[in-house]
Ligand binder design. Structure first.
Ligand code: 6PG
Length: 236
């Protein structure tokens, strides 16, 4: 776990993403990344838009989405398009958005099919990198405490009602997140400090906040956090 201020957080994350991309392209000829939504990654996406990389070999997916159309203010795709993907650096046919406008259930089913088709396998898709944020309640992607998506063990993508938001969401499931070659959490803000402490100090016998359940089975897990989010951790 590394403490950074917000700008340094994004810069470090950019270096990690670009290195993971170089490695994936060298080994497998392509780089498959799932993006986080929310606000924290916006600076990182802007930095990627200004970076040199073999974007023609990148395939960009989403870790979760709101059940809204792509032009909606709440759309995670819209945020990433405005910050980076609208530049066209990644071929549009290689940007796989969750179609929130279909409604959560249909969008999740469609995305499951799209993952199978684009990964060319019915096995659980192994992303080279999954970018994740964390909410103050310890949720990640749209895996919120107490929701059905959190306990989904068969599907790669699930739709889920989130009571606290009174909204439906679409999200990659833990089965998919934990199949990743690397999971990278970007967490910033003092409001995240209590949850971050609980997640990083989680006891084996639980209970666990959703973010604490992301432990790639055969992959790396990295947390990049700013000093405010780390303020409740023992000083290291
Ligand atoms: C979403 C995100 C969500 C986000 C956290 C943190 O759709 O909202 O995927 O999991 O990463 O809520 O959001 P912030 O970066 O805005 O704090």
């Amino acid at each position: 776990m590394q403490r950074r201020d917000a700008a340094a957080l994004a810069e470090h994350a950019r270096a990690v993403v670009l290195e993971q991309a170089r490695s994936a392209i060298a080994e497998r000829g392509a780089f498959r990344i799932a993006l986080a939504g929310g606000s924290t990654p916006r600076v990182l996406y802007r930095m990627l838009a200004a970076s040199e990389a073999e974007f023609a070999r990148w395939h960009v997916y989403f870790g979760d989405e709101r059940a809204v159309p792509p032009e909606h203010d709440d759309s995670n795709y819209r945020m990433a398009r405005e910050a980076w993907l609208g530049s066209g650096l990644v071929p549009q046919t290689q940007v796989h958005r969750m179609r929130g406008e279909l409604g959560a259930g249909s969008a999740a089913a469609q995305y499951e099919r799209e993952l199978v088709e684009s990964f060319g396998s019915r096995e659980v898709p192994r992303f080279d990198l999954v970018l994740l944020g964390m909410g103050a309640d310890g949720h990640t992607a749209s895996l919120f405490p107490g929701t059905t998506a959190l306990v989904e063990t068969r599907l790669f993508v699930a739709s889920t009602w989130v009571e606290k938001l009174s909204a439906n969401r679409i999200t990659l499931t833990l089965r998919t997140l934990n199949a990743a070659r690397q999971a990278l959490f970007l967490v910033a803000g003092a409001d995240k400090a209590p949850a971050l402490r609980e997640v990083l100090h989680a006891r084996e016998d639980g209970p666990h906040l959703p973010a604490a359940l992301v432990r790639p089975w055969e992959g790396a897990l990295m947390w990049l956090v700013d000093s405010a989010a780390a303020s409740a951790l023992a000083s290291t």
